[in-house]
Design a protein around this ligand. Structure first.
Ligand code: AMP
Ligand code: GLY
Length: 409
């Protein structure tokens, strides 16, 4: 079995790690030097289906796993599939669940799934009208892919007006959504038509600073598994199964990872977004929590034969992201990193944004390294992750010191 992961970040490193665990020979396009422990980098542009197809043929690839949403939205999975490749990931239409918040809301309503109330606004007049009627719809979302920068959670209507003005100007259309309160959880299903299996639920830490303060980021850490009220299966029956049924009934079955972003409110779990891929950094926490490789599920789904049993969490994990100086606004690159080998004795090290320079690895992106501790319980996982963090040094490194504190209590 020869697998090709598309992308180059921490999530893709974790995917390659999991596929390697299943005995696959793994390539990553473009990958990075930091992934060489599990995957061989292949030069090329993962957004160019013709280049990827050439690599698939040249390397006799059996399974392609795209990491980032941009590739799916662009239709790389669909185009490769049309050429006969086995690909784990949705077509263009399926990917719109993530690229258009308005499309996702329409489907959620049609499928009868619980979600935050929202209004679509095409101009500032509509924003004013909505807030006059619904002053608590203060979460402003751009209706397009915005790489984590398209959601502003405002405290009040005045803040929402300011945010809406800015996002309207940038993106043309915004969604004003009811602000929900409660812990968040990421529930990811591996899907093939109406069939799906669940991965153990995880929790991301999106804000830059401890105690969920500071700006939103791509994610500063994650833990797995996390308990869900009612249990993951029951929540998936309400948040994932109806959507897959609806898409299948419409003749556009969904294949790939479907990630439901949930807020656990006192009224129950509500969907705030769907993503059409593995979360980053959730994947780095979820995949190492399982003893098994995801290979049989990803390959099975790509061929329409998803195994029925769910992969289960065997251990607890905590993933701490070390980010570059200036992240998220203006990440600085080129700082020399030391201590990676020592960290690897305590935890798994997934490279998110590094490159090999004359003095070894250096920073090359906003999120630099993901250190994943594993343990029999959340406290042990957390201790292992932070023990690894203490070994790594680079100028201006930023990380949160409270990843998994709640889980470890
Ligand atoms: P999204 O890109 O939709 O995941 O939103 C980014 C973050 O904004 C989420 O992880 C939440 O922390 C927050 N958020 C999104 N929608 C809501 C909502 N309706 N109520 C409260 N917080 C939200
Ligand atoms: N960690 C959030 C995401 O991948 O969208």
């Amino acid at each position: 079995m020869r697998a090709l992961v598309l992308g180059k970040g921490g999530r893709e490193h974790a995917l390659a790690w999991s596929l390697r665990l299943g005995g696959a020979e793994v390539f990553a396009l473009p990958g990075s030097d930091g992934m060489r422990d599990v995957a061989e980098p292949v030069a090329g542009d993962p957004g160019d289906a013709a280049q990827v197809l050439a690599a698939v043929r040249r390397l006799s690839i059996d399974l392609v796993v795209p990491g980032p949403e941009e590739l799916l939205v662009k239709g790389v999975a669909e185009d490769l599939r049309a050429q006969g490749a086995a690909v784990f990931g949705p077509d263009r239409l399926g990917a719109q669940l993530e690229s258009s918040k308005a499309y996702a809301k329409t489907l959620l309503r049609a499928a009868g799934i619980e979600t935050a109330a929202a209004s679509l606004c095409r101009d500032y007049g509509e924003v004013e009208q909505t807030l006059a009627m619904h002053p608590t719809r203060t979460v402003v979302k751009a209706d397009g892919l915005a790489a984590g920068k398209g959601v502003i959670v405002a405290d009040d209507a005045a803040g929402a007006r300011r945010a809406a003005r800015r996002l309207l100007h940038q993106y043309g259309t915004v969604l004003l959504e009811e602000r929900l309160r409660g812990p968040e959880a990421s529930l990811i299903a591996l899907c093939a038509g109406e069939d799906f299996v669940l991965l153990p639920p995880a929790q991301d830490h999106k804000r830059l600073l401890r105690g969920d303060q500071g700006p939103n980021t791509g994610g500063m850490g994650a833990v797995c598994p996390v308990p869900l009220p009612l249990g993951a299966e029951e929540i998936a029956e309400r948040t994932i199964a109806p959507l897959l049924r609806l898409l299948a009934q419409r003749g556009t079955p969904y294949q790939g990872a479907l990630y439901a972003g949930l807020i656990l409110t006192p009224q129950g779990a509500m969907v705030i977004e769907y993503n059409v891929r593995f979360g980053d950094p959730e994947a780095q926490a979820i995949l190492p929590a399982m003893r098994e490789s995801l290979l049989p599920w990803l390959y099975g789904a790509a061929r329409g034969e998803l195994p029925r049993s769910s992969p289960l969490a065997d251990v607890a994990t905590a993933c701490v992201v070390m980010a570059a100086e200036g992240y998220p606004e203006d990440p600085q690159t080129g700082a020399v990193i030391t201590g990676i080998a020592a960290a690897a004795e305590e935890a798994l090290v997934f490279h998110a944004g590094t490159r090999l320079g004359p003095q070894g690895y250096e920073t090359a992106g906003g999120r630099v390294l993901c250190l994943v501790g594993r343990g029999d319980d959340p406290a042990a996982a957390r201790a292992a992750a932070y023990s690894a963090v203490s070994r790594v040094q680079f100028a201006g490194a930023q990380w949160r010191d409270d990843i998994g504190i709640a889980a470890a209590r």
